[in-house]
Design a protein around this ligand. Structure first.
Ligand SMILES: [Mg+2]
Length: 271
């Protein structure tokens, strides 16, 4: 039986110093990503071991909003640098098969974005209209697919998020606030659709998914079983969550460990 473990990375399996929480000692940490020579993201040693052990009973598919360049920095999630057969990146706009983008997939997503006018050129004037405040530190474009703002969380008016979400949903863009990043995602770009492609290609019988943010909810909803990190945006937003999705008891980097232990249990029982 082929079991997929389709999981978000940041703040689900891997954590920065800022997001890992207080319940972990430096001795427990394993660096999984370096940025400009400095350690950037971590798992616990136990978490990394659990992920590597999982290879025996399930197929790990990273499903991340990171671009290819950002994703390729996270080398610590693979044993001996062995790339997974499939990885979903750019929130589902790109699927890597053996490290190479599946061209037809992305061409089709691009076409849907153009048809629905959810392209960056259409979005930028709207962003400039609503977000000229000083708490917008930077505006970033991710490989022409979507946009995120780096915001100063101190100044960011969280109480207006619901209003912004409604305004942008009407023109076809989903919003998600993760740490200092405020994402604008075309509705045609979803983690769930890309995961379904991988499910078909792998002829998988069971998909277990994990995530923390609003951009992960469609992935979790379309999986057979899901784990949602308790500290994340999705739980905080009090979105409706189906019964096949379990919220972790732990928060921070220990939630990552809890998810991996849960997935190991499921895959061993299902074998
Ligand atoms: Mg995440």
């Amino acid at each position: 039986m082929t079991i997929l473990f389709a999981s978000d990375l940041d703040q689900t399996l891997i954590y920065s110093h800022r997001s890992m929480g207080p319940d972990v000692t430096p001795e427990e940490l394993q660096v999984v990503e370096h940025l400009e020579g400095k350690p950037q993201s971590f798992m616990t040693r136990r978490g990394q071991k659990a992920l590597w052990e999982l290879e025996k009973s399930a197929v790990f598919v990273p499903v991340t909003t990171r671009t290819q360049e950002q994703y390729e920095r996270v080398t610590g999630i693979y044993r001996d640098g062995q790339l997974p057969r499939f990885a979903v990146i750019s929130n589902g706009a790109v699927i890597l098969e053996n490290g190479q983008p599946v061209r037809d997939w992305s061409d089709n997503i691009r076409k849907q974005c153009i048809d629905k006018k959810t392209v960056i050129e259409e979005l930028m004037p709207e962003i400039k209209r609503h977000f000229s405040e000083e708490w917008v530190l930077r505006i970033r474009q991710a490989d022409d697919w979507f946009v995120y703002l780096i915001v100063d969380r101190e100044g960011f008016p969280v109480e207006n998020l619901e209003y912004y979400t409604k305004v942008f949903r009407e023109i076809g863009w989903g919003m998600s606030l993760q740490g200092r990043k405020l994402y604008f995602m075309p509705e045609s770009i979803t983690k769930a659709a890309a995961m379904e492609y991988v499910r078909d290609r792998m002829e998988a019988e069971l998909v277990v998914a994990a995530g923390d943010s609003l951009l992960d909810l469609d992935l979790l909803e379309s999986a057979d079983l899901g784990f949602l990190a308790a500290h994340g945006e999705a739980v905080r937003s009090r979105s409706a969550i189906s019964s096949h999705i379990q919220v972790t008891e732990q928060t921070g980097i220990k939630a990552g460990e809890e998810i991996l232990a849960g997935v190991a249990d499921i895959s061993l029982q299902s074998k």
